[in-house]
Design a binder for this molecule. Structure first.
Ligand code: ADE
Length: 428
């Protein structure tokens, strides 16, 4: 890989003689040539800038000087002309990966107000040259030099033989998973009163892996919701959906992408009280929920429209699902209704997990110790998902143990094709 850097501050790039990039130069993995742009000026003052056409503040870099410099450093074959600019495309790990396959990268470091626009326009028309205008972020630096160093370092570390342990490349933030890296710790186990998360010292590799993934997802939800939006639902498991649901992210229509919804709870005093938006089955559901004495409704609202409701009704006494012993304890029924466009297994899992989580945190107030839910008999995938959330199947449709509730009339009609699953709400 050959980097050719064009700048009016060549001394800036001594930074590239340090660390791994410096070593890569010594080992011949990369070659970095730094050129002074003023070498291509022809006037006595070696001027590289001029006043802007159309007026305005600041100076613009002259196109003839740039073109002469680029033509002169460009070698044979395919190359990239990388131009740092606050108006460029935000630089991403994917761009670095693509650039790491180039033979030569020429980096044009502009100063002042920037380079005359005809320079990139002209080179974009040339064969075997990709023009890549990139930005380090939404802020303005004095020139492109810092961004040039970033590009050289970011590309170099992806080259074969550069990083000792290639696994560290796949596990890092902005790696293949598309989420931020999990929090990391080293010794001591307690630092200034803060202990490392216990699971990391447990020796349970499966639990460590799961914890890391949970924390990586949570961190990404908090800091970079834009990355969550780009995740592909097909690659998310039930536990992932459960974690994402904590932050209001659910699989959207078609299960292609995640959508940020507002999850909320309302007292359910009757059909008029809850605001269901456009849910078609809602009025029927409200009626039966009111009959059953639904206490609460959880809702997910997306772009002002309610896309799901979950009614919580008291279901009388049940045999404790934990030990199956005599102990009868109060149970409730969760009855979700979905907008047809959102009614997919992945959305059901996320929304149910979130509702259960909410119920669980109120379990003490409500004094419910278990929760019933119906699932279609033939939908094995959904049953598997629910099992991984901690539900398990019980016999019958809302079993006889749930008193005052004959099953079928809860959701109406689908009794024979449904099974009942139960989830313990409080841990005694
Ligand atoms: N030059 C000035 N500001 C810049 C930025 N944010 N990114 C890349 N190059 C720049």
């Amino acid at each position: 890989m050959h980097f050719s850097i064009l700048t009016i501050f060549p001394q800036f790039f001594s930074a590239l003689d340090c660390s791994l990039v410096g070593k890569a130069q010594e080992r011949g993995i990369i070659r970095v040539d730094v050129h002074n742009l003023r070498d291509w000026t022809s006037d006595v003052h070696h001027s590289v800038d001029d006043v802007p056409y159309g007026g305005g503040a600041g100076m613009v870099m002259r196109p003839q000087v740039w073109a002469a410099a680029v033509d002169s450093v460009r070698g044979a074959g395919k190359a990239v002309l990388a131009v740092p600019s606050p108006a460029g495309k935000p630089l991403r790990q994917n761009d670095l990966l693509r650039l790491s396959r180039a033979r030569q990268i020429i980096i044009a470091c502009g100063r002042y107000e920037g380079i005359d626009s005809r320079v990139t326009q002209y080179y974009a028309q040339q064969r075997d040259l990709e023009v890549f205008e990139y930005s380090l972020g939404d802020y303005v630096l004095n020139g492109g030099e810092v961004a040039a160093v970033a590009l050289v370092e970011g590309v170099s570390r992806l080259l074969p033989k550069m990083v000792g342990n290639p696994d560290s490349l796949t596990e890092e933030s902005h790696g293949a998973e598309g989420i931020l890296e999990y929090p990391i710790y080293t010794r001591p186990a307690v630092f200034r009163g803060i202990r490392v998360p216990e699971v990391l010292t447990s020796g349970n590799h499966g639990a460590v892996e799961r914890w890391r993934r949970d924390e990586a997802l949570r961190k990404t939800c908090r800091r970079r919701p834009d990355l969550i939006q780009n995740l592909s639902c097909a690659r998310l498991g039930a536990r992932d959906l459960e974690v994402l649901a904590e932050y209001g992210w659910f699989a959207g229509p078609g299960e292609a992408r995640l959508c940020k919804t507002e999850f909320g709870k309302a007292d359910f005093a009757g059909p008029g009280e809850a605001r269901p938006g456009s849910l078609p089955a809602f009025s029927q559901m409200c009626a039966s929920a009111a009959d059953l004495g639904a206490q609460y409704v959880y809702t997910a609202v997306y772009e002002g429209k309610t896309v799901a409701c979950a009614f919580v009704s008291a279901a009388g006494e049940c045999v404790s699902p934990k030990n199956g012993e005599d102990g009868h304890s109060p149970a409730c029924v969760l009855q979700p209704v979905f907008d047809p466009a959102w009614d997919t297994d992945r959305f059901r899992v996320g929304f149910t997990a979130r509702s259960v989580h909410a119920l669980r945190s109120e379990a003490e107030n409500l004094a419910y110790s278990c929760l019933y839910l119906r699932v279609e008999k033939g939908n094995r995938d959904l049953q598997r998902y629910y099992r991984s959330l901690g539900f398990r199947q019980v016999r019958g449709i809302f079993p006889a143990a749930v008193s005052g509730n004959e099953g079928n009339h809860i959701a109406g009609g689908r009794g024979k094709t449904d099974i009942t699953m139960v989830f313990p709400l409080s841990v005694e």
